[in-house]
Design a protein around this ligand. Structure first.
Ligand code: F6R
Length: 615
């Protein structure tokens, strides 16, 4: 997610904006820009690709004087990392500048209409549609606020927007829908930002805008309405966090913040991509299909390659490709795959999965697969990363920067991305359709609410963590779709708490790992309803018979698991196909709280790097 700063300030706005953007640098970005209404009443715009220092140099070379402005650090979602794609964007008449975080779902329709009326686009972004449409409305109404309000009535999607108009030189209009915005309150001035850290140098009194709010900021004056123009009162919160707490949104660690961001980012990955009524997934990136029809119909096999957590996501994805698209699927560690005599050709769909898009082994495997003629469609989080330039299509997971080394939101959005791609492949090939196609999409569409409910169990999981944190070995079990979830739970625990944890398919336990189990040995098992539930239950009986301690992930209302397990981490009941996305949440929280109690360096565990760019 990108950073936004805005100010109606008594001092030079450019300084305020650049300082605010510096405060958001820790989140990562690929380009930055500012727009300020200068002393002549003109809009001065500076944008640069790369680090903030380039933007600062540009401002040093051509300084801007003015008190009202907006600034942005971009982390690309629509369109590549280029200066024209950087924000702010200017309207066709040069009067209005706008910044937008989020995704406009119906931007293609809006853009077509605008182009039909002769508007020229200078970027590949969905954002530019907003600024031109606001400018059109502004021609027939007398305030920026009204033009924004009319435009938002036509927009579907998620947004945090901030807008300035050189004809109203003391005003900023902003609006929020599923993308955070915070207004800073100060006598004679007004500030706003996407995140609190950008405001702390100027004020600690803030108003957190809510979805549906439109706010107008003028010197010392803030008014908020809903989309119908009705005034809304929002209370002022005094921020007591220090800067490092503020960067983490008030959470103690980035990992915890990112774990709690999952409901929001899972909502975002689906925006504009699901037509639940038609039972179809719409995967388009930069106007091009991510998976062309001819590739979908030609392939007779799918190969998924990845490393670490992304490999676990791929293991889950294999189930979806098999069941939705009816194709044989192979899942491989990229580091193994590339050194085998592997077989791929133009009839093999290769799907690399990578948060960073920079993992050396995955990149090397993809290059080799493409050299052999295989079409490659990647599931990637980091826009513009090396992987995105090596493949034929990219499905971005839109999780935003992930700073904690242990992957959380990247994993669950990879799962959602794999589900979408498998669904698309299935419907294109005719192996998935009708009610089944619709039902599978409805199940996915509801998953972010279930994840939010799973997160509500955090305090119970924290108490459980206190009772197991001194153990030095854990076994994690699961079957079917939940086996990779068990692997991921074990990986989270060992990465951040340094406890030895092994993930195993529950049915394999009796072929070896059962020898580990003695009195009190902790066995964490993902045991939610599904085709193999009874089998898992039997495996847990075997653990109990040897006095192991059964810690289950169970579905709310399941008395049977409550009767068997020593402890249950409850999750809301989810359809079997999407349950892995929900079931991993308690395992992330358990690992976090165990590591916290053990005093580990959670965001930067020893020996680990966020992105493994060497072999
Ligand atoms: C674990 C973790 C790693 C990564 C792996 C692949 O929490 O984050 O296992 O999943 O290094 O990285 P990407 O997905 O960037 O290719």
């Amino acid at each position: 997610m990108c950073g936004i700063v805005g100010c109606v300030s008594e001092i030079n706005a450019t300084r305020v904006l650049l300082r605010g953007l510096e405060r958001l640098e820790y989140r990562g970005y690929d380009s930055a820009g500012v727009a300020v209404i200068d002393g002549n009443g003109d809009l001065a715009l500076r944008r640069r690709v790369g680090k903030l220092i380039h933007l600062m140099d540009a401002v040093d070379r051509e300084p801007i004087q003015g008190n009202v402005g907006i600034g942005h650090t971009r982390w690309a979602t629509h369109g590549g990392v280029t200066e024209p794609n950087a924000h702010p964007h200017l309207s066709y008449d040069g009067n209005i500048a706008l910044i937008h975080n989020g995704i406009i779902e119906n931007y293609e329709v809006l853009k077509r209409d605008l182009v039909g009326r002769g508007r020229t686009f200078h970027s590949e972004t969905d954002t530019e549609t907003l600024v031109h449409r606001i400018a059109e409305h502004r021609e027939s109404c007398d305030s920026l606020y009204e033009a924004v309000r009319r435009t938002l009535a036509e927009v579907e999607g998620a947004y945090g927007i901030v807008v300035i108009d050189r004809r109203e030189p003391d005003t900023i209009v902003c609006a929020r829908e599923q993308s955070p915005l915070v207004v800073g309150v100060k006598e004679g001035e007004a500030y706003l930002a996407s995140d609190v850290p950008a405001l702390l140098d100027y004020t600690r009194d803030v108003i957190f805008l809510e979805d549906g709010d439109i706010a107008v900021l003028r010197p010392g004056e803030i008014s908020i309405t809903d989309h119908d123009g009705n005034a809304i009162e929002r209370s002022i919160t005094r921020i007591k966090w220090d800067l490092s707490q503020a960067e983490k949104g008030g959470y103690r660690h980035f990992m915890l913040k990112e774990t709690h961001e999952q409901p929001r980012v899972l909502g975002e990955i689906m925006l504009g991509r699901i037509d639940a009524a038609a039972g179809r997934v719409n995967l388009v990136e930069g106007g091009e299909p991510v998976l062309p029809e001819d590739v979908a119909s030609r392939v007779d096999r799918v190969v998924l390659i990845a490393c670490g957590t992304s490999w676990h996501a791929a293991l889950v994805g294999a189930f979806w490709f098999e069941s939705f698209a009816g194709l044989p699927v192979q899942v491989d560690y990229a580091s193994e795959f590339r050194y085998r005599t592997f077989h791929v050709d133009e009839r093999t769909l290769v799907v690399p999965v990578s948060q960073s898009g920079e993992t050396a082994d995955t990149l090397a495997a993809v290059k080799e697969a493409r050299r052999r003629g295989a079409p490659c469609v990647a599931i990637v989080n980091a826009v513009g990363s090396s992987m995105t330039r090596e493949v034929d299509g990219v499905l971005y997971t839109r999780a935003g920067p992930e700073i904690g080394v242990a992957s959380t939101k990247a994993f669950t959005t990879q799962l959602a991305g794999l589900y979408l791609l498998a669904h698309a492949l299935g419907t294109m090939r005719g192996t998935l359709g009708g009610d089944a196609a619709r039902a599978r999409l409805e199940e996915l569409a509801g998953v972010h609410d279930l994840v939010a409910r799973a997160l509500e169990q955090e305090s119970a999981i924290e108490s459980l963590a206190a009772t197991v944190q001194s153990r030095e070995d854990f076994l994690y079990l699961g079957r079917g779709l939940n086996y990779p979830v068990a692997l991921e739970g074990a990986l989270k625990l060992k990465e951040i708490s340094y406890i030895h944890a092994e993930g195993y398919p529950a049915g394999e336990m009796k072929h070896g790992p059962i020898a580990l189990i003695d009195d009190g040995f902790p066995v964490v098992c993902v045991a939610t309803p599904g085709a193999v539930y009874d089998k898992v239950f039997n495996n847990l009986e075997e653990v109990r018979a040897r006095k192991g301690r059964v810690i289950a992930v169970g579905a709310e209302g399941d008395d049977r698991i409550a009767g068997l397990a020593d402890d249950v981490m409850w999750v809301p009941g989810a359809a079997e196909a999407v349950a892995p996305i929900v079931n991993v949440v308690p395992l992330q929280l358990l690992a976090y709280h165990v590591a916290l109690i053990r005093g580990c360096d959670i965001d930067q565990p020893r020996n680990l790097a966020k992105s493994v760019t060497v072999e």
